[in-house]
Design a protein around this ligand. Structure first.
Ligand SMILES: [Zn+2]
Length: 392
């Protein structure tokens, strides 16, 4: 357990404006600071940060809290991680008292997460260095300014094959650690290990708790493969992770619904447009484990995929229920026919729909599948988990 007294000391020491300012463009207004709200994704300065009270509040959507809740809600960290992160930031040592709950005990994966977190920061710095010019303009071309890139910790892996290795060595990391973290790869026919990501825009991938566990890299310029992920490892199993879940999980719980979109950029576009319950698979077909993972947060899953994918998640949910007799699993999976891309939804949202619900309701095609429930798994006992695919 982290002592309450330590928590209070950290809360008082954190500069909330500086912390929030790393994610939101804030301007001084009177005694407070104002900016666009990162929670509902508005454009107007409705989001206020008070230095005196160390408290933030959005006058539009009502989100409010302190430094800890900002990290929890905005970055998807769990409570102990948020306290430790801020403790480190202000240099307050956290001495945990005995009788710790399981979740508070030190995790053996922590050194790995620390290294991957360092890599996230190095990639982020590289994006805004001279070497990152082309990556910057690529992202700008896709509508992402610096604030947006910072919010999703986007970075850049320079083409220089020695860059990451040298940086990490200077920080005291060994090749062995970099290999284990999947940042270096060793080929059998080569003496030296080589860096996995070169000349790529980097999308850090986190687990549901917000620990960095791997990366997706989008190649700049010609070549193959266009998208490359960290390779599978004990800490990074593509089939068991969902991109964006740590950002989306609060909204998924609140809205009791999840959206699964196709790619990293789709997730980012959705979140920037205020559709904050969007996640994506990691470049592979959705797996049963991913369906189970989502089912921890909601049983109402909407897919913005082509129908093949939708059919697949449906099969997963059905087979799980048959095999285990478990009630958990994606109970209701819907897809429009034909599937509109996430972008259509985003556009609707930008055109003045104040919420995702409204964006859904306003979109003529969405309204149809609200009624039609295009694809649906019948609840247990009411059809034996049969999968139906109605035409909207
Ligand atoms: Zn708000």
């Amino acid at each position: 357990m982290i002592p309450q007294e330590t928590v209070e000391r950290i809360r008082e020491s954190v500069d909330l404006v500086a912390l929030v300012g790393e994610h939101v463009k804030l301007r001084r207004m009177g005694g407070d600071w104002r900016g666009p709200c990162p929670f509902h994704g508005g454009k107007n300065p409705n989001f206020s940060v008070s230095t005196r009270r160390n408290f933030y509040h959005c006058f539009k959507c009502g989100e409010s809290g302190d430094a800890f809740s900002f990290l929890q809600k905005h970055l998807g960290m769990d409570w102990p991680t948020a306290v430790r992160t801020l403790g480190q930031r202000v240099g307050i040592e956290i001495i945990e008292t005995r009788g710790a709950r399981d979740g508070d005990r030190k995790d053996p994966r922590e050194p790995l997460w620390a290294l991957l977190g360092t890599a996230v920061q190095l990639f982020r710095d590289a994006l805004w260095s001279d070497a990152g010019r082309e990556a910057q303009s690529y992202l700008a071309g896709r509508g992402l300014d610096q604030a947006a890139c910072d919010r999703f910790s986007l970075g850049f892996a320079p083409a220089d094959p020695k860059w990451l290795r040298d940086k990490c060595r200077a920080l005291g990391y060994t090749d062995q650690q970099l290999l284990e973290a999947g940042l270096l790869v060793q080929r059998e026919d080569e003496h030296e290990p080589r860096v996995r990501f070169r000349n790529r825009v980097i999308f850090p991938i986190h687990d549901a708790t917000g620990h960095p566990v791997g990366f997706g890299g989008r190649l700049l310029g010609p070549g193959e493969p266009k998208y490359l992920n960290s390779s599978d490892a004990p800490h990074f199993r593509k089939g068991e992770l969902l991109y964006g879940l740590h950002w989306a999980k609060q909204s998924i719980r609140k809205d009791e619904r999840a959206l699964v979109v196709e790619g990293y950029m789709d997730v980012i576009r959705c979140h920037l447009a205020g559709i904050t319950h969007a996640v994506a698979g990691l470049g592979t077909a959705l797996t049963e484990q991913q369906a189970v993972l989502l089912a921890r947060y909601t049983t109402d899953v909407w897919l913005f995929y082509d129908s093949d994918e939708a059919g697949q998640i449906c099969r997963h949910a059905r087979s799980r229920r048959h095999r285990t007799g478990d009630r958990a699993g994606a109970r209701s999976v819907r897809t429009p026919t034909p599937a509109p891309r996430a972008q259509g939804l985003v556009r609707r949202s930008r055109q003045g729909a104040t919420s995702d619900r409204q964006a859904h309701a306003d979109h003529p095609r969405h309204r149809r599948w609200h009624d039609a429930r295009a694809l649906r798994i019948a609840p247990r006992g009411g059809g034996g988990g049969r999968c139906r695919h109605d035409r909207a």
